[in-house]
Ligand binder design. Structure first.
Ligand code: FAD
Ligand code: 2HG
Ligand code: ZN
Length: 483
């Protein structure tokens, strides 16, 4: 990992951090919230999957919106590039610097501001860790409207910035719907107060959407106001073994009809994906080996009703042969063990080698089609090729694992995989975003007009291009417009 490891990306002419800049940050934050030590900076420079690394020598940890404003105003005036960072669990290289951008870590902005228990509306700072928020709400019989494997580290601000999807989007919807309001700071240090707690507010443009899913490229999210559903009184989980992808579709369709309003999650896993958790992480599967597995979860308010409904559904899918074996449970520890088999696949894959990751939306009938195609194209060069993900949302996670990164393998995968997705009118990034890794491929999912509008918005909101440079926007558009 050297400084020139991104041969196709040139550092733009931002200022290089100097002692007078560091003096300013030290005066503002004190010496403990300014990190300059190379070893300490390393974790902030390296992403979760260890595929992206920057070399920033300046990490800043503000504790208030006012401090974020002062930092951004100073960076803007001094032409210093900035990389906002939440829990650093992003999977597309958006959360770490590409070169020496100042890292703005939001981790100390972690206070809960208020909770309206009657309406289920939480207002908190952006650096709150998702799991902490969920635990806080659970004590008050509420829950966060999203859940993902990274919940122990990811922050609500990062979730909002990426419009994270997760395991229950099918039931609770995405953050574009659940975030009622937010506060953000512009690249030149002004506060945009859209921290509305109203469910209905059609007063002109909904500016919050400039910050939801734009990956820290237009502003830094400092506070969030979010709708929180009641914590379900009854939770049930089924783990099923199946022999074909066609049967996964049949079972999903049936689950929608039979489970109706209580269906809260529907996930699919193939045998090779499950194997990374059973082999590398030594997790135990409660079922024998099958080509495919499904997790089907229900959230409801009456366990007798839900259990009866789930059992009736399971009886039907076993009787018609689409499910070969399965277990259902509502014991919390057993449900957690089953969820671990699904949620820890990303982690398990890290033990295999280098993983080419694709996070695609595809029409349901094509959800799994790329796995056999890729097995044909990449063949023996790969250690493992597998597909799993949010079947209920049409979002497949395709992983192609090789011993170590190889351009030859990459060329067998890309741009083919994007062309394929584009032809089927899918999305080249269903939930992880564009970040640094996918900027060359935006056009496979967006028209030229749409890209022009995106770029124009970036130019208006961040005319010097100091926020998260080299990311989100296609390079050709980026450089000509911003610098
Ligand atoms: P970071 O990784 O720190 O940052 C992500 C992006 O947001 C970066 O571009 C960063 O600059 C920007 N950003 C962060 N905070 C702010 C802020 N306050 N203001 C402005 N910009 C900001 N993603 C899903 O969608 N669904 C999943 O199911 C899912 N599962 C995952 C499971 C695992 C094990 C892992 C490692 C990741 C998973 N992810 C998933 C990806 C990732 O966790 C999400 O994208 C998450 O929302 C990122 O949050 P974060 O706080 O870690 O943000
Ligand atoms: C998940 O659904 C995440 O587990 C991560 O979105 C997917 O690692 C991946 O490719
Ligand atoms: Zn996912």
């Amino acid at each position: 990992l050297t400084k020139d490891r991104y041969p196709n990306v040139r550092r733009s002419d931002y200022s290089i951090i100097k002692s007078n800049h560091l003096e300013f940050f030290k005066d503002l934050l004190g010496e403990h919230r300014l990190i300059t030590d190379e070893n300490e900076c390393l974790a902030y420079n390296t992403d979760w999957i260890k595929a992206n690394r920057g070399y920033s020598s300046c990490v800043l940890k503000p504790k208030s919106t006012e401090e974020v404003c002062s930092i951004l105003k100073f960076c803007y005036d001094n032409n210093l590039a900035v990389c906002p960072q939440g829990g650093n669990t992003g999977l597309v290289g958006g959360s770490v610097p590409v070169f020496d951008e100042v890292i703005l870590s939001m981790s100390l902005m972690n206070k809960i501001i208020s909770l309206d228990e009657t309406a289920g509306i939480l207002t908190c700072e952006a650096g709150c860790v998702l799991e902490n928020l969920d635990n806080y709400l659970a004590e008050r019989e509420l829950m966060m409207p999203l859940d993902l494997g990274a919940k122990g580290s990811c922050q609500i601000g990062g979730n909002v910035a990426t419009n994270a999807g997760g395991l229950r989007l099918l039931r609770y919807g995405n953050l574009q719907g659940n975030v009622l309001g937010l506060e953000a700071v512009t690249p030149n240090g002004r506060v945009v107060d859209c921290l509305s707690a109203l469910k209905k507010d059609n007063t002109g443009l909904h500016l919050k959407h400039l910050y939801i899913g734009t990956e820290g490229s237009l502003g830094v999210v400092t506070k969030v106001c979010i709708k929180c559903p009641p914590k379900p009184k009854a939770v049930n989980l089924a783990f099923l073994g199946l022999n074909s992808f066609e049967n996964i579709l049949k079972v999903f369709k049936k689950s929608r009809h039979e489970l109706g309003e209580i269906l809260s999650s529907c996930e699919a896993i193939d045998a090779d994906s499950l194997a990374v958790t059973t082999e590398h992480l030594k997790l135990k599967s409660p079922l024998d080996k099958f080509p495919f597995y499904m997790l089907i979860e229900t959230h409801g308010s009456d366990n007798t009703h839900d259990e009866e409904k789930l059992n009736r559904f399971l009886g039907k899918v076993m009787e018609d042969g689409s499910v070969l074996d399965g277990i259902a449970t509502n014991e919390p520890s057993k449900m957690k063990d089953i969820w671990d088999l699904r949620e820890r696949i990303t982690e398990g894959y890290l033990h295999d080698g280098y993983v080419f990751k694709y996070d695609l939306s595809l029409p349901l009938e094509h959800f799994y089609s790329l796995v056999p195609i890729m097995k044909d194209r990449v063949g023996r060069d790969a250690i493992r090729i597998s597909g799993y993900g949010h079947i209920g949302d049409g979002n497949v996670h395709l992983s192609i694992c090789v011993k170590e990164f190889s351009t030859e393998v990459l060329n067998k995968i890309e741009p083919f995989i994007y062309e394929y997705t584009s032809k089927l009118k899918g999305s080249i990034s269903a939930e992880h975003g564009i970040g640094f890794r996918k900027t060359n491929y935006v056009h496979y999912s967006k028209s030229q007009e749409a890209i022009d509008i995106m770029t124009n918005i970036k130019c208006i909101m961040d005319p010097k291009g100091i926020l998260n440079p080299y990311k989100v926007y296609p390079p050709s558009r980026r450089w000509s417009n911003f610098k």
